[in-house]
Design a protein around this ligand. Structure first.
Ligand SMILES: [Zn+2]
Length: 100
């Protein structure tokens, strides 16, 4: 009897993961919680989020795909740190090759 109850419970939980909940996940870490920035809204554009993602990650994101379009605050921070680090590394490398 307790086995049947467990089965019912897990079925109920999978029903709760509907499409709305899916599109609300962070595209990069799949976390559901925390404030999220939409990848294609004005703020994201100003912060060059898509540009940074395309420079750093082998992930293809288009407005037309059916995957989550949000990024959580933690991932935005990581992205910006990583982008800055990458830019510094490139700059250092350039300084080691003054003659091109
Ligand atoms: Zn995230």
């Amino acid at each position: 009897m307790s086995e049947a109850m467990l089965t019912n419970q897990s079925e109920h939980q999978s029903e709760e993961l509907n499409f709305t909940a899916f599109t609300d996940l962070c595209r990069f870490c799949s976390l559901k919680n925390g404030p999220k920035l939409h990848l294609f809204d004005k703020e994201a554009e100003q912060r060059q989020i898509i540009f940074k993602i395309r420079s750093l990650l082998p992930v293809v994101i288009t407005k037309e795909d059916f995957l989550p379009k949000k990024i959580c605050e933690l991932c935005v921070n990581r992205l910006e740190l990583l982008f800055e680090w990458r830019a510094n590394c490139v700059q250092t490398d350039v300084s080691y090759h003054p003659c091109g």
